[in-house]
Design a protein around this ligand. Structure first.
Ligand code: TRP
Length: 393
């Protein structure tokens, strides 16, 4: 990699900053210049055929999960009965997951069901501490625990899922972290993440190996009985830089290259040029929000219909810029209903408040169902998921 060129997954997206031009959707395409491939209809068909009883996930068919590195390799391994594991993670910067995270974790749970495989989930309490000046280490640790409960509530298989916090699991990973560190020149990290030399604490520079290490199964020798296995990483596209680096160094460690599958972001309530962010209250629907908060927030979401009702009837809405419609693409499972909303809203038959009302009803149901599942996750359940134990694969 040219050390002078900052690695950006897209022109608007880097690992630690996501924002584009106001009034424009985020540009997700730069990743293709860095060797990722789009998920073709052919590949979608192969995924659909893995389990006939499991419908293709709408995030896949709608191209929200849209890019990959070597996903075909994983499909091949699965078809010949060879094991691999799934690795994903979360850096908790708030007490609760938001609607965007829920989507990512529900998708990971779908992959677990699809491949019937083990999942490891990294909670980066260290990362949030190092990158967020406002958070104390104790806060980061307690957010991680609360978020673990949320993640469990997404329905992961307790027999096949291991969740760990970096501050606790570091000892188990340290040998791999050291090997990763030794392969990564300072310049490469600096340019890949765009770290400035001045004012950047050294924890930030030394963090990437912590997120790279779990791509290699030796971090989980007890869980996987010392078996070397490749891994598949579902992640939001801003995280790709970590895994591109993992793939670049795998041969030096004589370990299998991880595969990656990338998703776009649920936009901010404030507009499609930003992602929903737990650290910006106005942008976000938390899974702990009350019905009245949700109703209010969706009402004020950025609309793709401007002007008077009369104008709207004439010109219709710009769906690309309409936050409520974009959310429906994530949460309305029925393609026919979604297409119907799209057609009538674009023409101006359906209005912005009507679309927001449709969305509100769906989100309220999702949040209520989630809160019920979350209430069942007591401390003993968390301990079960965090226990270092042999996992069947
Ligand atoms: N850095 C991610 C975040 O800020 C957390 C994370 C750790 C992660 N390991 C991962 C995300 C693997 C996706 C895949 O949320």
């Amino acid at each position: 990699m040219d050390s002078k060129v900052e690695y950006k997954t897209t022109s608007d997206i880097t690992a630690y900053k996501v924002s584009g031009d106001k009034g424009k959707a985020l540009n997700y395409d730069n990743i293709f210049q860095f060797g990722a491939e789009s998920i073709s209809t052919d590949l979608l068909e192969k995924i659909r055929n893995i389990r006939k009883d499991l419908p293709l996930h709408p995030l896949l068919s709608r191209q929200i999960v849209y890019a990959h590195r070597d996903l075909e390799k994983m499909l091949h391994l699965h078809s010949i009965g060879k094991p691999f594991y799934i690795y994903t993670g979360r850096g908790a910067s708030s007490k609760s997951l938001h609607l965007g995270h829920l989507n990512v974790f529900s998708f990971t749970k779908y992959l677990q069901d699809l491949f019937d495989t083990t999942v490891v989930i990294q909670m980066t309490d260290d990362e949030k501490f190092l990158f967020n000046d406002k958070l104390s280490l104790d806060q980061c640790k307690s957010y991680a625990i609360e978020n673990i409960k949320d993640i469990i509530a997404c329905g992961f298989n307790p027999k096949k899922t291991f969740i760990f916090q970096n501050t606790e699991y570091m000892g188990e990973m340290y040998s791999t972290v050291l090997q990763v560190q030794k392969c990564l020149p300072f310049n490469q990290i600096k340019s890949a993440f765009g770290f400035e030399l001045d004012g950047c604490n050294i924890g930030k520079v030394s963090y990437p190996p912590l997120q790279i290490a779990p791509c290699f199964s030796q971090c989980f020798s007890t869980q996987f009985n010392n078996q070397v296995m490749p891994c598949l990483i579902p992640c939001a596209v801003d995280q790709d830089v970590f895994f591109k680096l993992s793939r670049d160094i795998a041969h030096k460690l004589k370990l299998p290259k991880p595969s990656v599958i990338h998703s776009k972001f649920l936009p901010s309530l404030l507009g499609v040029h930003e992602k929903m962010s737990a650290s910006d209250e106005k942008s976000v629907i938390f899974m702990t929000d009350t019905p009245s908060q949700i109703i209010k927030k969706i009402k004020s979401a950025m609309s793709g219909s401007t002007g008077t009702l009369e104008q709207h009837r004439k010109t219709g809405a710009n769906l690309d810029l309409d936050v409520a419609f974009q959310y429906l693409r994530f949460v309305e499972p029925d393609d026919e209903k979604l297409n119907n909303i799209a057609d009538t809203y674009k023409k101006g038959t359906l209005t912005s408040p009507e679309v927001k009302k449709i969305l509100t009803d769906i989100v309220l149901k999702i949040v209520v169902d989630f809160q019920l599942a979350r209430a069942q996750v007591i401390d003993e359940v968390v301990a079960q998921f965090k226990c270092i134990r042999n996992l069947p694969y």
